[in-house]
Every structure is written in C-alpha cells, then in structure tokens.
Design a protein around this ligand. Sequence first.
Ligand SMILES: [Zn+2]
Length: 223
Amino acid sequence: MDTYTHNSLIYFLRDKSPRVLLLSGTHGDEYESGKLLEQFLYRQHPNFPSFLYIPQISPSAVEAGTRKNKYNHDINRQFFSDTTDPEAQDVMTLLAPYRFTICIDIHEDPDRTLGFYLYDTGLMTEEQLSTYREVVHTTGARLYTGVDDVDDEDLNLHVEKGYVSLGFELANPSSGFSSRWLHDQGIAERTFTLEIPGKGSSELKEKLLHSVISFLLTTHGII
Ligand SMILES: [Zn+2]
C-alpha cells in the first residue's frame, strides 16, 4: 500500500486504475472508525482489490476532533465546483481524473450506540437488502429505523431498517455533499455512506466495517 500526498492530503493507492474509493475523516468528531479502517487496510490490503483511500478528507477537522474544519465549514457541504474551501478543493482535484465502480465513505452517527445505517446513491434490490440486513445482524449491531438528523435541514431523511436510498434526492439542487459531487461528476458509479454507531465499542465498529465493506464489494462483483 503506497502512500502519496496531494497538497495537504495524504492518500493510499493500490494499482494505477483503482476500482474502489475509500473515504474517512470527513468529520473530525467521527474519526475512530477512520482509524479502524486504516488499521484494517494495513492488515488486509494484500487480499483487497485495487483502491484509492483518503483517510482524512478534512485533515484540520480530524486534527481538532471537530465536525467543522479550520475554515469553519462542514466540509461535506462544500463539494461544488466554485467552493472556496481549500480542503474540499484538494479532494476534488485529486479525484477528478479517476473513475470508480464504488465509493465507500465512512462516518459515525454520534447519537447511536448500536443502531447502524447507510445511505446509497443507488437502490439495492430486495434480495440485496435482505442479505445486507442479515450481514448487519450478525455483527451484533441493530438496524436503525427513524430520522437520521432532525437538526440538519439538508438531512432529515427517514431511515428504514438501516437503509436510505438517495436516488430521489438526486433530482433536488445539490447541498454540497461529497457523494452527490462524485455522482454528478461521474467519478463514482455508486456511493455508500456508512453511519457507524459513534457510541458503540471499537469491536462493534470493526465488525461493522469488515462485514459491510465485504458485503458491498462482493455485491458489486469486486471480490
Ligand atoms: Zn459524518
């Protein structure tokens, strides 16, 4: 796993034309899962398909341990072409030449202890959904049902048994989410944003990362 830099960004690249994009460290207060993903990749990367991994999308937010970065932005509202946020610009210029089959973006929901869910820019089949729910079940996590974040006007989406398809959202104007930008630019065919329960144990977080990432890569014919 070779390490590279692009301005303030550090990233790992395996192969010249990676099919998988892995992201973490968008929000600095959700970084435990990012660290676990990095450790997991160090151990597992020989068995992994070609990938590009950016462990810290916002290095300054991770350093401060805060949701906002040093430019006072939630970087996940800054992914549009005329953004002035230097950290978002770095991510966008790094990723622009690539074409990925799948992007997996790791977040935590700080309000959850066991409840897990993910956002999908596409739509799983009924069969995939039932396999996904079984996979989550075996980790000991629960499938979250409810509203994702009532305090965020760009969210406030209903999560049904651990799953939200963002397909219908794509008709609306962009809120600057990285997943939307990756979709609109044709950089990632499909993005999954995992919301690991922030108050969960490290063991649970690790199991979820391992199981859900393996499921997604298998479903997309990558492993
Ligand atoms: Zn987040």
